[in-house]
Design a binder for this molecule. Sequence first.
Ligand code: HEM
Length: 501
Amino acid sequence: MMDYLIYFGIFLTIYTIVLYFGMNYTNMLFWKATWVPCDVPDFIIGDLEGLSRSRKLASALRETYKKYKSKMGSFCGFFMSARPVALVTDLDLAYNILVRDADKFDDRGSYHNKNDDAFAENLWNLEAAEWSVLRRKLAPLFTSEKLKTIFPLIVKIGDELKKQFAAADENEIIIEIHDLCQRYITDVIANCILGLQVNSLQDPSSEFRLFTKKYAMKSCSTWTYTLMQWKPELARRWHLTQTFDKVRDFYYRVIGGTIVEREKKKYKRNDLMTRLIELKNAKVKANRLSLDEIIVNSALFFEAGYEPSASILTYAFFELGLEQLVQNKLRREITDVLKRHNGKLTYEAMEEMKYLDMVILETLRKYCIYPYIERVANDDYITNVEDFIIFKDTKVVIPIEAIHHDSDYNERPTAFIPTRFETEKLQSRHPCACLPFGAGPRNCIGMRFAKLMIGVALIALLSEYKFDLSSKCTLVMESPKDRVLLRPEKEVKMCVQKLQT
Ligand code: HEM
């Protein structure tokens, strides 16, 4: 038995080494053969450093974009997760891929494994044919009309957030804003989408808060992930999955439980879960959603929305603390608009706050949560420059963080200048110069909802309190190095003072 295990171990090691070097070699030849400019990765370690899910990937994308932009063609070669990908360096090509010719790039190319991990069969991961059917059913949840109906729920949680600052009514206080933003966003998404009253603002140790704080966005190990990206067929054969059983069981229990209870009591409320249950029972079969689809996708809405929205809200407070003039200008707008609406925050009132929208957009530009977005070519595609071809099945990467920080498109990119999004200036901006939510039919479905959550929190707090960076707060926001998505690494402590009326 021992001998057998040793032989098997040796075989597996040799197999992995041969496979690794073989793939690396073929990958290197891929771009060389097509004459597309590219940096050849180190043959010994390949692109292992860059491909891991760390911030190194974001800086490698930035460096490569800078190096090859305007050099030759409209994209260059890059190696990601040991796979050759086309890195777009030209905004017109980005526009064509995401919007004009979106039907030729209708898949994101994410790994999923239907047989072993049905929980990952969600809107984010599904391939084009199944994705378009699901997107058509889910898109009506996020229209302006629908969001208008849940707006009062968001405002109520904004009021709850304000209560957390009551101590500042007497004296200046120092508060850690990131944790509060996470709890606020948790409550809004849980309440408005999942139909759950988790009250994590009042009770930071509520079951939902503790579980999602620990497990949200947690996935398999980097090595497993690398294999999934590199050799998805092999990963499927090896039954590799990205969902933790604990996470799947948790969402099935809390969301599934809500659905069963609501159906039993015929309970309806002005939230998106009510609409999802209506879709489960839709008369027209083509519009119907199964129970599994509802659970899997509402869990996705939480997972995809929670961290980016909480991080952006935190970055917004941080920047407003740094830029007191911007904070004052924003507060003036909020006060003026609220006055016109008799002090009541309504959907219409928020729509009038143009400078608020600019502040949110500028935060999204400066702090680009996703460093890149991706698509896969479903056919050979001739690009607009020098007839370079993106071959069928090639993954295409659009480095949005690099674009947001390119001074050709965003002057003084490290500065926080909300007015760069003024309507008159927008006309002369390239539509792909700022893509925090992606673009085209496969863009972020929760974009409007995210902006509402962030906007309501800013209005609720800025209308009554003044925010300053505390002396304990560093002036540069660091992000954890061991993850791709941007988020504040350290506590963000702010001084908060009640405004004199
Ligand atoms: C500030 C907050 C957010 C940011 C920066 C953000 C960003 C993004 C980006 C960059 C994409 C990929 C788009 C593309 O490939 O073109 C995406 C997709 C997606 N986002 Fe968001 N997002 C945010 C909030 C939300 C929220 C609140 C939800 C849920 C309600 C959500 C749900 C999704 C889903 C389901 C997709 C996949 C859409 C599809 O493939 O059809 N996101 N998001």
